[in-house]
Design a protein around this ligand. Structure first.
Ligand SMILES: *Cc1c(COP(=O)(O)O)cnc(C)c1O
Length: 234
C-alpha cells in the first residue's frame, strides 16, 4: 500500500473509532482534505484513493486547481476571504467555511443575488478569542446571525472554528464543546435560512477530539499528504 493510501485508511479508522467512543454514526462525519500547498499530482493521488471533498485557503490557488482537476470534486473555501475576491469563487465552491464578518456575509449575499445563486456558508467563530484569529466573537454571534439570516442568496449551514495550537489535543476540547453548544443555542432560535447541521472543527492534530465533541466536517491536510512544503504550489 502506498504511503498516502495508508495514511487515509489510518485516518478513516481513527474517525470511526472516535465516532464509536462518542456514540455517533461515522456517516455523520465528512473529511475535507486540505490541499493547500499541495500540487495537482498530489491531489490526483488523493482523488484516486476515493477522496472527493477538498479545501483550499487561497482564492487564486483554488481557482487554478479547479481548472485542472476532475469536475466531480467538491471544493470548499476554508481560509480568510477578502470581499473583493468573493466574485471569483461563487458558483465554484459548495461551501465557504470562513465567513467571519457581517460585511463579508453582505458581499457574498449581494454577489450571489447578482449571479442568481444561493451560496452555502458557515460562520467562523473565534471561540478562543486569540487576537491572531478571525471570526465572530461568541457573545455577539447571536445578534449578528439574526442580521445575516435575512440576507438573500446565502444559506447558513453551521459554524466553524479553529482551535489554538497546542501540544495536547485535549486543550482543544473546551473550544469544540463551546462551538457545539453555540450551534444548539442558535438552532433553538429557529431562524429561517439557518440550519445548524454542520460543525467544521478539527484538523490533523485534534480531529479525534473534534469528532467526540460533535464535528461533522474535519479539515485535515498534513495527516493525509505528509508535511506541507510551503514553496510547493500547483
Ligand atoms: C491548513 C488548514 C487546515 C489543515 O491543517 P493540517 O494541520 O494540515 O491538517 C485546517 N483548517 C484551516 C483553516 C487551515 O488553514
Amino acid at each position: 500500500m502506498k504511503d498516502m493510501e495508508f495514511r487515509i485508511k489510518d485516518t478513516m479508522e481513527e474517525i470511526k473509532a472516535a465516532c464509536f467512543r462518542a456514540g455517533r454514526e461515522p456517516g455523520e462525519v465528512r473529511l475535507v482534505v486540505v490541499s493547500k500547498n499541495f500540487n495537482q499530482q498530489r491531489i490526483e493521488e488523493a482523488y484516486a484513493c476515493g477522496l472527493r471533498i477538498f479545501g483550499e485557503n487561497r482564492v487564486q490557488e483554488l481557482i487554478e486547481k479547479i481548472e485542472v482537476l476532475p469536475t466531480d470534486i467538491e471544493w470548499h473555501l476554508i481560509g480568510t476571504l477578502q470581499r473583493n475576491k468573493v466574485k471569483y469563487i461563487l458558483g465554484k465552491v459548495s461551501l465557504i467555511h470562513s465567513v467571519h464578518s457581517l460585511s463579508l456575509a453582505a458581499e457574498i449575499s449581494k454577489q450571489s443575488v447578482m449571479a442568481d445563486l444561493v451560496t452555502n456558508i458557515l460562520l467562523q467563530v473565534n471561540v478562543s478569542g486569540e487576537a491572531s484569529k478571525h471570526g465572530f466573537c461568541p457573545q455577539e454571534l447571536l445578534s449578528q446571525i439574526k442580521e445575516i439570516c435575512h440576507m438573500p442568496g446565502i444559506k447558513i449551514k453551521g459554524l466553524m472554528t479553529i482551535a489554538p495550537m497546542a501540544e495536547d489535543s485535549e486543550e482543544a476540547r473546551p473550544v469544540f464543546c463551546e462551538l457545539y453548544h453555540l450551534a444548539r443555542e442558535i438552532d433553538r432560535l429557529g431562524l429561517s435560512g439557518v440550519e445548524m447541521q454542520e460543525l467544521s472543527m478539527g484538523m490533523s492534530d485534534d480531529f479525534q477530539v473534534a469528532v467526540e465533541e460533535g464535528a461533522t466536517l474535519l479539515r485535515i491536510g498534513s495527516r493525509i499528504f505528509g508535511p506541507r512544503n510551503y514553496g510547493d504550489v500547483v
